[in-house]
Design a binder for this molecule. Structure first.
Ligand SMILES: Nc1ncnc2c1ncn2[C@@H]1O[C@H](COP(=O)(O)OP(=O)(O)OP(=O)(O)O)[C@@H](O)[C@H]1O
Length: 221
């Protein structure tokens, strides 16, 4: 379980959230929704340890989290705008780097290696096999996003945080995300948390919706 305890985040005088306490359980699908600027991406960055909380604590299975800690790096994975592409490196080379780490992570997680895709298989599954030999900037924006999503098949985790993964995708791409969520949460018992403006991603059976501003009552689809 991932917990935020009395979390506060402010950028100087701009208070984004405070006294936010959230529990995120495995085997559950969460959505973060709310108006533009309400703090979804900021919370995601805090959960991915890309931003520090101003106050409060994050716990992973009861232990305080540090970005450098092995349990955190093993169990938690996410995609957001803060994660970029390296210049001069193809999509395939990025995914091959992830695949090398994936074997060790998979052993640490004790998960079934059958569920891991090779980079080529993952890009094939996402409908962008040509991306393997291409640099990301030569792809369409939707193809680039599909290439990012391919990393979800290459790199195993127990807790996934995705910030607006539907951005730039066509309807088939969004549908793919719903099926991936169902696989990870229902079949494999992982936790997926998605910040989204897309109604379809909020209608997956069992969705627990956390609405911003935080600490309002959650609702379940
Ligand atoms: N690095 C930063 N420095 C200063 N202020 C920031 C920073 N990042 C975000 N903010 C501010 O924090 C607030 C929340 O922004 P955030 O991006 O988390 O909102 P959001 O709910 O994800 O919005 P959207 O739906 O538009 O993606 C905004 O007022 C924003 O200006």
């Amino acid at each position: 379980m991932i917990e935020l305890l009395a979390a506060k985040k402010a950028f100087k005088e701009n208070l984004v959230f405070e006294d936010a306490s959230v529990q995120l359980h495995r085997g559950t699908y969460y959505t973060l929704t709310g108006p533009n600027g309400s703090g979804k991406s900021t919370l995601m960055k805090c959960l991915l340890q890309q931003e520090e909380l101003t106050e409060g604590q994050m716990l992973l299975n009861g232990a305080p989290v540090k970005s450098s800690s092995r349990p955190f790096r093993t169990q938690v994975f996410g995609i957001n705008d803060a994660i970029g592409w390296l210049p001069g490196v193809t999509v395939g080379q990025h995914l091959e780097m992830m695949a090398r780490a994936a074997t060790e992570i998979n052993e640490a997680l004790g998960t079934d290696p059958e569920n891991l895709y090779s980079p080529r298989e993952a890009l094939e599954e996402l409908g962008v096999p040509q991306a393997y030999d291409r640099q990301p900037y030569t792809l369409s924006s939707g193809q680039e996003q599909r290439s990012r999503l391919a990393s979800l098949l290459v790199r195993p985790a127990r807790y996934y945080f995705l910030d607006e993964p539907e951005k730039r995708l066509d309807s088939a791409g969004v549908q793919w995300i719903t099926e991936w969520v169902d696989w990870r949460v229902t079949d494999l018992g992982d936790m997926v948390c998605i910040a989204t403006h897309d109604p379809l991603l909020n209608e997956i059976a069992g969705t627990v919706n956390l609405r911003f501003p935080l600490n309002q009552e959650e609702s379940r689809a």
